[in-house]
Design a protein around this ligand. Structure first.
Ligand SMILES: NC(=O)c1ccc[n+]([C@@H]2O[C@H](COP(=O)([O-])OP(=O)(O)OC[C@H]3O[C@@H](n4cnc5c(N)ncnc54)[C@H](OP(=O)(O)O)[C@@H]3O)[C@@H](O)[C@H]2O)c1
Length: 238
């Protein structure tokens, strides 16, 4: 039986992924700040889910919480970082930027670090993180969100290079969604919005195939290709 941990499994993509993994006979450690939602999920399949409530920005407790979960699961094959935050912030309210950076950069790094070190010791494992198409370019509407997602993409690339350099059986997957119908999908003019189920099914397939970088849903690869090619002088005026 494979063992996985999902950071940010209380709602949206993380919750749906947890259900899909349980359907495929994984034992799943589920985390988030809202313990009542974790307990609701555990009630669905008590033998599949193991809960641990923590805030990813509280990095002093994370190693202990993850070690406890791994002990309960009896090992770890797959770590999925789904937690994330970000708000539209046209007024550049520093508190919003700070919270986004603490969650998407500091918290993310703490978990990714812990997982990679764990996998290095056992010479195998799979680290998956949900970044965003938004991380490909800056955003005047949500500067910290896009910047923190760019950080995550770059960090994952570094870990992937490290895994190859170690000649290990460690895999690193960067999932880049466009819009998915969850609490995180904010703003007007959203398009190609996928359901959490459709996005999560595609993510699960990418995990099974140990893909390195995947756009979700698939057609967002087209938007990514266009975004990367827009000249800076044009992008600055958009
Ligand atoms: N929805 C989209 O359109 C979209 C597009 C691109 C990328 N993404 C990315 O997809 C990922 C999943 O988001 P979602 O769309 O599924 O939204 P969501 O339903 O809001 O899920 C966010 C998850 O992150 C957890 N989380 C947030 N802050 C946390 C903290 N400080 N400590 C621990 N857990 C925390 C939440 O749990 P608690 O609140 O219980 O702590 C929740 O489980 C995020 O990284 C997001 O950036 C989403």
């Amino acid at each position: 039986m494979k063992k996985a941990i999902i950071i940010g499994a209380t709602s949206g993509i993380g919750k749906r992924l947890a259900e899909i993994l349980a359907q495929h006979h994984y034992k799943v450690g589920i985390t988030g700040r809202r313990s009542e939602l974790l307990n609701d999920l555990k009630l669905q399949k008590p033998n599949s889910f193991y809960t641990n409530t923590f805030d990813i920005t509280n990095t002093t407790v994370i190693p202990e919480c993850l070690e406890k979960l791994v002990q309960e699961l009896g090992g770890l094959d797959l770590m999925i970082i789904c937690s994330g935050t970000g708000d539209l912030n046209e007024n550049l309210d520093f508190e919003i930027e700070k919270c986004t950076a603490e969650t998407n950069v500091i918290g993310f790094t703490c978990v990714a670090n812990w997982a990679f070190n764990y996998f290095e010791k056992q010479n195998s494992g799979h680290l998956v993180s949900i970044t965003s198409v938004g991380g490909l370019r800056g955003s005047r509407m949500a500067p910290a969100y896009n910047a923190t997602k760019a950080y995550q993409m770059n960090y994952l690339e570094g870990l992937r290079q490290k895994a190859k350099n170690l000649k290990s059986e460690i895999f690193v997957t960067d999932i880049r969604p466009g819009f998915v119908d969850t609490a995180m999908a904010k703003g007007e003019g959203l398009f190609w919005v996928a359901t959490a189920d459709k996005a999560s099914q595609q993510i699960f397939k990418a995990i099974q195939n140990k893909r390195e970088i995947v756009y979700v849903t698939k057609r967002w690869a087209l938007i990514a290709a266009i975004l990367k090619r827009i000249p800076r002088a044009v992008y600055n005026r958009m």
